[in-house]
Design a protein around this ligand. Structure first.
Ligand code: ARG
Length: 573
């Protein structure tokens, strides 16, 4: 369906056009003075400027025409602004359209499109830590949003499984665990792996000989040495199993579990292409491509594609992955949901891809995000200053959620454990997603779990409240909106109708926080309605039926939006 502001925009654009003005002036938005009107159009000012006329007169003309339209209860002009208020019948009519809309009001694309999303990006051989949280949470929500708009989404985790970290771990393994050299490399456990990586990484920083060995091993691995390949395979299997279980706890999934190693097979073709286009140059034994232009200040450094050892680089695997994705899916866009500290890397990679003709301009987008901080405003750390594992963080939030629910007066359904899981996921995800992704935010589990305020806890609590109320209605209520009996109902209906615009903005900016804001407004409006209007106790059958219908509509929209955010609604808590 068309959003209500779109329907009104069409109406007013036609009038501008009838009067001889550009229809683009007819854009209608939600009112910024809800005490005066529900919607507004500010186009008379721009129209007046273009036609060298008086905005007040243009607005008066339009208002005169609109006054004949029975769908408005009030149309006014105030100093050139056009203020619009729909009558209740019209609101109920559009609300019923919304209830019947199979897409729950999410504006649908008219063009089939495929968006490829690259998020997650953990390196194998080490457990997920809190630095991996944002990519996963934002990436998953964006994937759901892409699908909700009728587009095709393909997601890939893009494992870091081909660079120096592999060489470092294998170098350490070869010394400490010769048994791992057996053909199957079967003796290695996930736990051993988790202790190995930090050791190897630290040693790589202080021991130049060790680093040199690790570099050689990386290059040999990349050239297909069978001994290293066997160990690498074992590391990869163990690690992927571990990663899958942590992501599953957070309800995060990927269509593809590819890695840098899968992209690597495209590197020779990439280098050939760059060579043919005269874009490749030798520099100190390495291969680089220049990507800077005279407009860059400071200039962009050249992209390093192959280092002195013949090993391929992070940039080379990213470029090769673009080729692979083009071949496999021909996506309209590829989105990289990666920390903003990698801004330069993506700038270089995108330039190079565009220069080489591997991707057209505008296809590759880095959707960068900020840092998750602790309460002290500094990057989140464990008590002893270390980096916290993601599973540890999730378990802590889960236990707090469990403790809260244990003491709750309503017994959580289906069970305390399941509800605590959903609550923990909601708290973590909403706490992250309600900030624009480009901003830093403070991780505060107590606030995130709270029943009140802009939190996942409040949103989930609202769905539980609606669900238990509907369960208490004698028989499953039919959807039948019969009237608007109070301002609380009108406010809730309008908040629900306006939500489509939040989805549009979220899509345009690839920023789920607009959906969070709107879901929060819906939950607040529902809460005011619930506390002020009798529903199950209402004696008047029309009112009761209508209010129950409003609960059904709220449930439909709110649960749909939470699912887009990657949050499961609950039955009772
Ligand atoms: N593995 C990388 C890292 O740990 C992140 C990968 C992000 N995605 C990408 N296509 N480069 O920094």
């Amino acid at each position: 369906m068309q959003s209500v502001t779109n329907q009104l925009t069409r109406l007013i654009s036609d009038i501008f056009s009838q009067l001889g003005y550009d229809p683009a002036f007819g854009s209608v938005i939600a009112s910024d003075r809800p005490d005066r009107c529900q919607f507004q159009c500010n186009g008379a000012f721009a129209a007046a400027k273009a036609a060298r006329q008086n905005p007040v007169e243009i607005a008066a003309h339009i208002v005169n025409i609109l006054r004949r339209d029975h769908r408005f209860s009030n149309v006014q002009t105030v100093g050139g602004f056009i203020n619009l208020t729909l009558n209740d019948q019209t609101i109920l009519y559009i609300a019923t359209q919304l209830y019947d809309d199979p897409y729950a009001g999410v504006p649908q694309t008219t063009q089939p499109e495929t968006i490829f999303l690259d998020y997650g990006g953990p390196n194998i051989a080490k457990p997920l830590h809190i630095g991996h949280l944002r990519a996963a949470v934002i990436g998953q929500a964006l994937k759901n949003l892409v699908r909700a708009t009728g587009r095709t989404a393909v997601s890939d985790i893009h494992l870091g499984d081909w660079g120096l970290p592999m060489g470092l771990v294998i170098a350490q393994l070869c010394e400490g665990h010769p048994a791992a050299f057996s053909d199957s490399a079967g003796h290695l456990t996930a736990q051993q792996l988790n202790t190995l990586y930090p050791l190897a990484a630290a040693r790589g920083k202080t021991d130049p000989d060790f680093l040199q060995t690790a570099r050689q091993i990386t290059a040999s691995l990349q050239m297909g040495d069978p001994k290293y390949t066997a160990i690498w395979k074992r590391i990869s299997e163990l690690s992927v199993k571990d990663l899958k279980s942590t992501y599953a706890d957070l309800c995060i999934d990927f269509d593809l579990w590819q890695g840098e190693s899968d992209a690597a097979q495209y590197i020779p073709a990439l280098l050939t292409l760059l060579r043919e286009k005269h874009l490749l140059r030798h520099s100190d034994g390495a291969l680089v491509t220049d990507v800077t232009t005279p407009f860059d200040n400071p200039p962009l450094p050249p992209v390093l594609l192959q280092n002195k050892n013949g090993g391929s680089t992070y940039a080379a695997t990213d470029l090769a992955a673009v080729m692979q994705r083009q071949k496999d899916f021909a996506p309209n866009q590829i989105w990289y949901i990666v920390d903003k500290r990698q801004h330069l890397h993506f700038q270089q990679v995108f330039r190079c891809a565009e220069k080489a003709g591997v991707a057209a301009p505008g296809v590759l987008r880095h959707l960068e995000f900020g840092t998750m901080n602790g309460r002290n405003g500094k990057p989140f750390k464990t008590r002893d200053g270390g980096v916290m594992q993601l599973s540890e963080l999730f378990n802590a939030v889960y236990h707090s959620a469990y403790d809260r629910l244990k003491n709750s007066p309503h017994s959580p359904k289906p069970s305390i454990a399941d509800t605590a899981h959903d609550l923990a996921v909601a708290a973590i995800k909403f706490g992250d997603l309600c900030n624009h992704r480009s901003k830093d935010y403070i991780f505060d589990p107590e606030k995130f779990l709270a029943k009140e305020g802009k939190s996942g806890g409040f949103l989930l609590y609202t769905t539980a409240r609606i669900n238990s109320l509907l369960a208490k209605a004698d028989k499953p209520p039919q959807f039948t909106l019969r009237g608007v009996y109070s301002q609380h109902e009108r406010d809730l209906l309008l908040t629900l109708l306006m939500d489509s615009d939040a989805c549009t903005t979220a899509w345009k900016e690839a920023a789920p926080n607009y959906i969070c804001e709107s879901a929060y407004r819906i939950a607040c409006a529902f809460s005011a309605f619930y506390h002020n209007c009798p529903i199950l106790q209402e004696q008047d059958t029309d009112k009761r039926a209508s209010r129950l219908s409003l609960c059904l509509l709220t449930k439909k929209i709110l649960e749909n939006r939470l699912r887009i955010l990657g949050i499961s609604p609950v039955e009772q808590m």
